[in-house]
Write a new protein. Structure first.
Length: 383
């Protein structure tokens, strides 16, 4: 962050008024449960996005991305137009969402730097939304709760970019806790538990390098499938509203009222909610083996029920299954490409990552990107 502040100051010949930082996130367990008002285990990662800014006169906003010194600029009138193609769309979208909540947008110059890998499934876009949202509201003295700021970030995706994602990414970026996995309830929208990652284990993130472009993917269709299934089930189980209200047993009983596809989508979500609760119990007992098995089970359900895996992701999880250093692995995030997370003994993590990369290259011809993740704190204002 210090470096970003210095670069900003040298580049714009002024000091920033605020510096904010927001991490990427890992979905540990609980796939596509957030928009079904279910449960998720997630964490913030050590990789963060920094956003510094100073207000200026006029209506022109300039953002320098210090990863490549590229400059993006827009006029405040862009808030009322279609999103541009570059990364400023997240910033414009956030200004717009905040404006809807009573904030008055102002012109600014900003500097941006990020270590969160792009389009991989670690929520680089949510990190940017949260970092800039924090910075804007701080400078303006605009009072917004962290949960509402997360909703504003979700609004950028839902309303501005047309992607019907849930609240997981922005929420985890804001509420993550160092060295911890948080359990969140997306009905009450709160953190309901915190678990230490079992000591001696780390998450290794292995990027399949097949980009998932969620907008172009079946994400919105998956959400629609879930909502259709929930609607039918609410007729059978009065009082139930979303798939969160349905247990795997209830689903099995009502299976005949759903199409095969709706049934499998619902089986994934109800199964994931049950696995999250089970995992929380196992983590409390320190049963790391059992916890790892649930990660594998989650991946299998993605393959069989939710159909949001890919050939590359399946190869990575298959390699994991055959390596004794790994206790569990699964795709993480939206799916359809992106990353896998692997629960691995810490002292074997580097060797493990090397082995998986080698085998993955052999089987696919693709050089995977690997991160041994530390679990970081949630977003904050630094200055
Ligand atoms: C993406 C979305 C999240 C969540 C996950 C799947 O990351 O942005 O809201 O739905 O996929 O769990």
């Amino acid at each position: 962050m210090q470096q970003l502040i210095e670069r900003f100051t040298a580049g714009f010949k002024m000091a920033p008024a605020v510096a904010a930082q927001a991490p990427g996130r890992l979905e540990v367990l609980g796939n596509h449960t957030d928009y079904n008002e279910g449960f998720v285990l997630s964490c913030a990662v050590g990789q963060t996005t920094g956003f510094v800014l100073a207000p200026v006169a006029g209506s022109r906003c300039v953002i320098r991305d210090f990863r490549d010194n590229a400059e993006m600029s827009f006029d405040l009138s862009a808030l009322d137009r279609n999103p541009p193609r570059n990364g400023s769309k997240y910033i414009i979208g956030m200004l717009k969402e905040l404006r809807e909540r009573g904030f008055k947008p102002f012109a600014f110059v900003a500097g941006l730097e990020s270590k969160v890998p792009l389009s991989a499934g670690m929520s680089s876009s949510a990190a940017l939304e949260v970092a800039c949202g924090l910075a804007f509201s701080h400078v303006a003295g605009f009072d917004i709760s962290p949960a509402e700021l997360a909703r504003a970030g979700q609004g950028v995706e839902n309303n501005f970019l047309g992607l019907k994602t849930g609240l997981l990414d922005q929420f985890s970026s804001l509420f993550g806790k160092k060295d911890s996995i948080i359990m969140s309830d997306f009905r009450s929208v709160e953190v309901v538990g915190t678990h230490a990652l079992p000591s001696g284990y780390v998450f290794v993130v292995i990027n399949s390098m097949k980009k998932h472009t969620l907008v172009d993917s079946d994400y919105n269709i998956r959400r629609q499938d879930c909502e259709n299934a929930a609607k039918i089930l609410s007729g059978i189980y009065p009082g139930s509203r979303t798939l969160r209200d349905i247990t795997p047993e209830q689903l099995a009983e009502a299976g005949k009222y759903l199409s095969d596809r709706e049934f499998r989508r619902a089986a994934h979500v109800t199964g994931e909610c049950a696995r999250v609760k089970q995992a929380a119990g196992l983590l409390s007992k320190g049963d790391v083996q059992g916890f790892g098995e649930l990660l594998f089970a989650s991946h299998l359900s993605s393959v069989e029920n939710f159909e949001n895996s890919s050939e590359e992701l399946d190869i990575l999880v298959d390699i994991a299954r055959h390596d004794p250093a790994c206790l569990g692995a699964r795709l993480s995030g939206g799916g359809f490409g992106g990353i896998t997370i692997h629960l691995v003994k810490a002292d074997e993590a580097a060797d493990y990552a090397g082995r998986v990369r080698k085998e993955y290259l052999k089987r696919t011809g693709i050089e995977a990107e690997v991160f041994i993740c530390s679990l970081g704190d949630g977003a904050k204002i630094i200055k």
